[in-house]
Design a protein around this ligand. Sequence first.
Ligand SMILES: [Fe+2]
Length: 287
Amino acid sequence: MSQLSIEPLHGDLGGRVTGVDLTSQLGDETVEMIREAIDTWSLLCFPDQAMTDRAQLAFTRCLGEPEPEHVHFGKTGEITYFGTVGNVVDEKSRVGNDDLSTRYQKGNQLWHSDSSFRLVPSFVSIGHAYEVPGEGGATEFASMRTAYARLPSELRATIDPLQVIHDYVFSRSPIAPVDPNHAASLPPISHKLVRTNPRNGEKNYYVGSHARSIVGWSGIESRGLIDELLARATRPQDIYAHHWNIGDTVIWDNRCLLHKGADYDADRWRRLMRQTRVMGVGPTLEE
Ligand SMILES: [Fe+2]
């Protein structure tokens, strides 16, 4: 059994975990410790992992059902489990700032929770850094759990029973065109605005760039509330910025965290990260 050692990264979220090799075959007790740590810390960084795609998918399966990558699936109907973040094509070539895939990835620079626009949204994302830019390219995280706990009690009472519509086409089409097949595969869906972690009872709200409107509220009222909740979760002091090192494997809890990518100069640097996700339990309206 591994002995996990966890050091905090930020007051609201995040732990740096040493003492475990994620590429080895993990025993049930170690997997359970990692699950508990996800529930407690919301984000775990495992430095110096000698990761491969094969090992990452095996580890992803330890935590649950891998989530099919929605962009490729939406366009072609083919199931794959990896998303690639960055601009690397192969060992010799990369794309720059003007490339469509770089532009498309700019959508990740808005606060969001991965796959919040899916009927069964993501539990966690797992990212591994193979190449990192010399400047920029951090990922910023903020907790909607601690933000919920900070809300005035009247606002908590207001939002507790609400439902929120998340809509991928709403959030992404202003940034880059969404392929029609992809758009058709992701109709707007409703979630509970306030979610509860089933293992520790911690509550959080669930917004981000994909959150379009509140069920039964006008557009103006909806945007006012969603924008307020987002602002309350992402004050500068609430943010943990992860500056990636090569070999970092980071797991984050999409049920309760927001994240966004910081810009980097794709004309100047290479960046390569591989990302998998674990499906959550849902639909959330049935949680
Ligand atoms: Fe993301």
